[in-house]
Design a protein around this ligand. Structure first.
Ligand SMILES: [Zn+2]
Ligand SMILES: [Zn+2]
Length: 334
């Protein structure tokens, strides 16, 4: 089978023909149909995050199960599935005992089983989630990281009916989050630093768009503020400023990955009784929920699709910030 191998930081991926892998006990083999490319992949590719090499990336894979390992009973050959980053925990630690494998230190993921930038991959059966009927492969792929992440962010925000929701950053994650918040009936303010995203944010469903020119929080307060601000942006200056645009007893949910710090005025937090919440993928029910929203047409990822062979070109586009929302590799399947 053909697989795209990461061979080291800033090195081009190389294509190699390797044996089709066999699933071990508790595992399945998946014929990959599509594999999303995430911002995190760029961090591995440029060496910001360490990764062994050679290795196959791809933590947003979807495909058809074509072989079952021993002991797999709940999945069948031919099932359409996707695989999330955390597939299964060790089963024995305190977190696993509480059915919280996302916190386990010894979990199965693409980093020890290999990812979806290949014709076939191996996954833990416990890491597979069935796709709703009719959901397109390329549409489903980015939901396994980007979609799952924003759904957990929305859940952690615990926005109440009638709450006005601010979405900070209108990119791969934010463009999905605007649609999720609209699907649940909120008035949505899209907060971006890109003037050229104003119109698209409206088309995604945002009721108002704040293009940040100076102080994000003061401008947001001038627009009436929000009850909940959910950040998908790594711009820590904007994330810090936005707090001043959050209403009393409101919340900021942060999904940023940055080495910079947030700057917070403790008196403002106290006066307004604002809560700051960190959020990542946590709870498979969030993944199932966003798959359902996509299957019903309420959430539509905006995609750039490429053949698997174009992985180097796509990583280059991602590194240069040219991928506008989400890139997906689609695999030719016989
Ligand atoms: Zn990801
Ligand atoms: Zn564990």
């Amino acid at each position: 089978m053909k697989a795209a191998f990461f061979t080291g930081a800033k090195q081009p991926f190389t294509f190699q023909d390797v044996a089709v892998p066999e699933p071990g006990p508790g595992e399945v083999r998946i014929r990959c149909h599509a594999s999303g490319i995430c911002g995190t992949d760029a961090h591995y590719w440029d060496g910001t995050l360490p990764l062994q090499s050679p290795w196959v990336l791809g933590h947003e894979p979807v495909g058809t199960i074509d072989a079952l390992g021993d002991g797999v009973t709940h999945l069948r050959e031919g099932d359409r599935v996707g695989v999330s980053w955390v597939q299964e925990g060790c089963g024995r630690c305190g977190f696993c005992q509480r059915r919280k494998p996302d916190y386990c230190d010894d979990q199965y993921s693409w980093m020890n089983l290999g990812g979806g930038h290949a014709e076939y991959m191996i996954a833990r059966a416990a890491g597979c989630t069935l796709l709703p009927d009719g959901l397109d492969w390329a549409v489903a792929a980015p939901l396994f990281c980007a979609g799952y992440t924003v759904m957990s962010g929305y859940r952690n925000a615990q926005a109440k009916p009638g709450d006005r929701v601010g979405v900070i950053g209108i990119g791969g994650l934010g463009h999905l989050l605007v649609q999720v918040a609209k699907a649940y009936g909120h008035e949505v303010v899209a907060i971006t630093s890109s003037e050229n995203k104003r119109e698209e944010a409206r088309q995604l469903g945002a009721d108002e768009v704040l293009v940040v020119k100076e102080h994000a929080g003061k401008a947001l307060a001038d627009m009436g503020g929000v009850d909940v601000a959910i950040s998908t942006s790594n711009d820590m200056k904007h994330n810090s400023q936005v707090i001043e645009g959050i209403r009393h007893e409101g919340k900021l949910v942060s999904m940023a990955i940055s080495k910079e710090k947030m700057e917070i005025d403790p008196l403002f937090l106290l006066d307004h009784q604002i809560r700051i919440i960190g959020s990542q993928q946590c709870g498979r029910e969030d993944l199932v929920e966003i798959l359902g929203l996509a299957a019903s047409g309420k959430v539509k990822p905006m995609l750039e699709c490429y053949p698997l062979e174009a992985v180097n070109e796509v990583m280059q586009r991602l590194a240069e910030g040219k991928v506008r929302y989400r890139a997906v590799l689609t695999h030719e399947c016989g």
